[in-house]
Design a protein around this ligand. Structure first.
Ligand code: BG6
Length: 491
């Protein structure tokens, strides 16, 4: 059993608002347990669950144990004894000063609490204000907010203003759980710890970039949230633009949060805005109808929602970045629910060789190099290179495209190893007060500014979602979108 951390500067308590909700059960509580198992939680670190549900401390502890057991991971008795000893529970309404005051006795003696808001974003401002009024936001406290931070630029500003009145920017940790994924961080290593790629990472050598985030699951009973947001606001505004930023940003001077986030903001500011006239050719919205996904019948979004709606469950876009490095290199982004497979992938497609010396025999063999970064479900990086097909052939050399592969899973994870939950990395960073992997206010607002432009152009052009069968790669227009520039999705 790993021993707990002794670092005095770490946060000393975590209050988990929405402790009985879905996010806490699936992600936050298991992550905290694993961090404790690995010795990442400080010795006297306390975890206070807070929710409206009336539970005693013992009932909450029993509930947490059930959650961990349901993950079917082996619970270590020693770790559980230590972890359960940290748990506490306060039932109440944290959106009022009175409710927040209830927490006070439970946080007595703790000077650096972190507040994790696993609750509806509509309550963030009220909870932050209540914490302030109750005197629970001391200088070293931190607040963790989940997406969505607003629904557009205006509402995100209001939210940031309200929370900013109580916690200064350095103490606000806006989570984008994609930034907690190992492979996303690995993008930084790949780009900036190798001399190989950086000289090629520009419009002289790269033809285009594809970013795909495909999910097999549908919206299901999440529709009350989803119907208001759609794929553009649910996935593109945050996760996909973050991936794009990591691919496109200039090398930061160091890994300091300011350096990294400054570079990302510059990319967001360089995104070309859509106009009503180009939005038709550069974007497509889709909505799944019934179909078959992985051999299982799947219902339509409309039937899950219970009535017709114009919310998109798929979106594909051509994005242009107007700066020196990327001028003329389109980024094709697509994301959708009920796709044929779960796949999060970045494809860097290099340009073809300027001239083939291999003559007729190999004229159809030549394939341009490609760097494929698979983030999910496998964590793989593959660089395809041209190679001579072994053997002798009449009339000249034959070529073959072969991958040079780095499988992160088989390289680093031995038998019994476990893939970390993205939240583990992020929680450690909040604990240490490091906000490099969190989204800064200007970043979130720049992203919304651009997304608002897309939504406005859609509205002006009257672009509604086109149907696609569950289990397909989106409406035919998604293929036309990329084929228009004589390119194709890597499927
Ligand atoms: C969430 C979205 O942020 O990310 C969901 O709200 C989506 O709609 C999820 O399913 C995807 O996350 P992951 O880690 O499974 O790719």
């Amino acid at each position: 059993m790993a021993q707990p951390s002794q670092d005095a500067k770490l946060a000393d308590a975590l209050v988990l608002f929405g402790a009985t909700g879905d996010l806490s059960r699936r992600m936050v509580l298991p992550s905290l347990y694993f961090l404790d198992a690995d010795g990442h939680l400080p010795v006297d670190f306390k975890i206070v669950g807070s929710a409206r549900t009336a539970l005693s401390r013992d009932e909450f502890v029993a509930e947490v144990k059930k959650i961990l057991e349901a993950r079917s991971e082996r619970i270590d008795d020693g770790v559980w004894a230590r972890f359960s000893g940290r748990l506490d529970y306060v039932a109440g309404d944290a959106t009022t000063k009175e409710g927040a005051m209830e927490l006070k006795p439970h946080l007595k003696g703790f000077e650096r609490p972190m507040y994790f808001l696993a609750i509806s974003p509509s309550l963030y401002a009220k909870v932050a204000a209540a914490l302030g009024e109750a005197g629970l936001a001391p200088e070293d406290s931190r607040i963790v907010l989940e997406k969505p931070i607003g629904r557009d630029l205006e509402t995100s500003r209001q939210l940031n203003e309200a929370v900013g009145k109580v916690f200064n920017e350095e103490r606000i940790f806006r989570i984008d759980h994609y930034l907690g994924k190992e492979t996303v961080q690995n993008l930084i290593a790949l780009r900036f710890a190798n001399t190989l790629f950086e000289p090629l990472w520009n419009n002289l050598t790269i033809d285009h970039v594809q970013i795909t985030v495909a999910e097999t699951e549908g919206v299901g009973d999440r529709w009350p949230y989803y119907d208001e947001y759609g794929a553009l606001r649910d996935m593109l505004q945050n996760h996909m633009l973050q991936l794009l930023c990591f691919v496109a940003m200039e090398p930061p001077a160091d890994m300091d949060p300011r350096s990294v986030r400054n570079e990302k903001v510059k990319v967001l500011r360089s995104l070309r805005r859509y106009t009503r006239s180009d939005v038709q050719a550069s974007s497509i919205r889709g909505q799944y109808t019934k179909g078959v996904v992985a051999g299982q019948e799947a219902s339509s979004y409309e039937s899950e929602r219970g009535k017709p709606t114009t919310t998109e469950t798929f979106v594909a876009l051509r994005v242009d970045i107007d700066n020196w490095r990327w001028a003329g290199v389109p980024f094709f982004l697509r994301t959708g629910k009920r796709m044929p497979e779960k796949r999060t992938q970045i494809v860097i497609q290099f340009k073809p060789v300027p001239h083939s010396i291999f003559g007729n025999s190999a004229k159809d063999d030549l394939v341009a190099n490609r760097l494929v970064i698979d983030l999910q479900p496998q964590e793989d990086i593959a660089l395809t290179l041209m190679n001579k097909l072994p053997g002798v052939s009449k009339g000249g050399m034959r070529l073959q495209s072969m991958p040079l592969s780095l499988s992160l899973l088989s390289t680093y994870e031995g038998p019994g190893a476990r893939r970390r939950i993205a939240y583990e990395r992020l929680l450690i960073d909040v604990l240490h007060g490091d906000n490099t992997l969190f989204v800064r206010r200007d970043e979130v607002e720049e992203a919304w500014r651009w997304i608002d432009g897309v939504a406005d152009a859609w509205a002006e052009a009257g672009l509604t979602p086109k149907p696609y069968a569950a289990g397909s790669w989106g409406p035919p227009g998604a293929f036309a979108l990329i084929e228009r520039s004589e390119r194709a999705w890597l499927d």
